[in-house]
Ligand binder design. Structure first.
Ligand code: FAD
Length: 425
């Protein structure tokens, strides 16, 4: 059996998964070329100019436990652009003006978090105990049945409307980007235990202080051969290598290929995925995220970011003084709302939750809509592996099997795993 492939490798897709695979292969001595159909680098984690302002495709955060993503950004020389909290500390605002924080205490996990519930004003004592019991069950209970949804798990673990509103919805809808009845309990419990229960510093929030495309550009610079605005139309694989079909009837030959595109794009490029032992690509559903970007004349908000309860906005981030980004996950309901109405809704809601904005003026606004922000296989379906039946073909993408939900961390991990398949089989 052939173990690994030597020589030249094509990577299709310059999102974080493709860039991670390309960098890993480059570091192992491969000659790598990346093909990206967009003029932008970074895929879903990118940025672009709107009205002379460079904005992210949508607000992206990571947690301190996303060690492979952080390592990737450091490896491309952009570690200085990542801001991380000194400890997990999340401000949560209610419409009646109540504000409260969930903040890690200086105790070992999981007591660091349980202690923070003691003063959490958005839940009464009964509610805090309910959440604490569910977290204890997540930490100590047996692994859930693979068919069980997170919604069913919450129900079985005694969660009610009040605990969902004040804790589960604001923290886990953005983390999972899907309604809880579409997420498997196993995936949700992975997030709970990785972020909240294993290590007191794991849930520290972080974000990039530079527009996201700059991170991708730094990666591309290290890889060298990155062809933008160059879609790969099809691939032909035989015993001797892989041929890419490119626009204008061009063709390019390589020894192996990493496909780092969407589930649907992967199916299209493989033609008959079962020939490569790649299955179930049709079981992935896309989930949307909408962000509303608002520039105003009222100066600093006085906080970096906050969750807003009972509001379609979900989370608000101060990107810089006078610029707020409102992030709406699992955004099926607002995806088709016209831009002007979205911008008006965002400003009304911002003024309702942040008194300092009242009486201010919107200087500029924009909306970014991503109907396919993340992908999720239906509960019970297996995620796609990075390996295939051919050592010449590997699959990468945040939606593939990494153990992580569809995130930047998953993208970087999947790229490394795909490179490993090409290199070692
Ligand atoms: C608005 C929004 C907010 C998000 N928030 C967060 C967050 O807070 N934290 C987090 O961790 N994650 C977040 N995510 C998810 C995160 O962005 C993704 O998990 C990750 O960036 C996906 O990387 P990827 O490389 O797997 O895929 P993509 O980024 O989708 O990359 C695939 C690339 O392949 C290219 N391509 C497709 N077909 C072809 C072809 N035929 N030829 C050549 N190129 C092709 C595409 O143009 C694209 O650039 C968010 C996503 C969105 C959209």
């Amino acid at each position: 059996m052939v173990r690994g492939v030597a020589g030249r490798v094509a990577v299709v897709g310059a999102g974080l998964a493709g860039l991670s695979a390309a960098l890993e292969l480059h570091d192992r001595g491969y000659e790598v070329e990346v093909f990206e159909r967009s003029r932008l680098l970074g895929g879903r984690a990118t940025s672009f100019e709107v009205g002379g302002r460079e904005i992210d495709n949508g607000q992206h955060v990571f947690l301190h436990c996303c060690d492979r993503f952080i390592g990737f950004v450091e490896r491309v020389g952009m570690g200085h652009a990542l801001h991380e909290q000194a400890r997990f500390d999340a401000l949560v605002l209610a419409r009646d003006g109540t504000s409260s924080r969930l903040r890690a205490a200086s105790l070992p996990a999981p007591f660091h978090l349980l202690a923070s519930f003691a003063g959490y004003a958005h839940l009464d004592v009964g509610g805090r105990l309910r959440v604490a019991r569910a977290l204890a069950s997540a930490a100590l209970g047996p692994g859930p049945d693979p068919q069980l949804t997170f919604d069913q798990w919450l129900e079985r673990n005694g969660q009610n409307a009040a605990t969902r509103r004040a804790f589960w919805d604001p923290f886990f809808i953005p983390a999972l980007n899907a309604p809880f009845d579409r997420v498997s309990a196993a995936d949700a419990l992975f997030v709970i235990s990785t972020a909240f229960l294993r290590d007191a510093s794991a849930a520290r929030f972080g974000f990039s202080t530079v527009p996201l495309a700059h991170v991708a550009a730094a990666a591309a610079q290290q890889i060298g051969d990155v062809h933008r605005s160059t879609a790969v139309l099809a691939i032909d694989v035989d015993d001797r290598g892989v041929e890419l079909r490119l626009p204008d009837e061009r063709r390019a030959r390589f020894d192996a290929v990493v496909l780092a595109v969407s589930p649907r794009g992967t199916a299209k490029l493989l033609g008959r995925p079962e020939r490569f032992d790649v299955r179930a690509l049709e079981t992935y559903d896309p989930y949307p995220i909408v962000d509303v970007h608002v520039w105003h004349d009222r100066g600093a908000l006085g906080f970096d970011f906050a969750a807003v309860l009972d509001s379609p906005l979900q989370w608000i981030f101060e990107k810089s003084e006078g610029y707020v980004c409102c992030s709406i996950s699992a955004a099926g309901e607002v995806l088709t709302v016209p831009t002007a109405a979205l911008e008006q809704l965002a400003w009304q809601e911002l003024c309702a939750f942040v008194p300092g904005l009242r009486g201010g003026r919107v200087v500029h606004a924009a909306a970014t809509r991503n109907p396919e922000a993340t992908y999720l296989p239906r509960p019970g379906a297996q995620r796609t592996l990075q390996r295939t039946s051919s050592p010449r073909v590997a699959i990468a993408g945040s939606w593939t099997q990494t153990g992580w939900p569809d995130t930047m961390e998953a993208a970087v991990r999947s790229g490394a795993a795909a490179a490993e398949w090409v290199a070692h089989g």
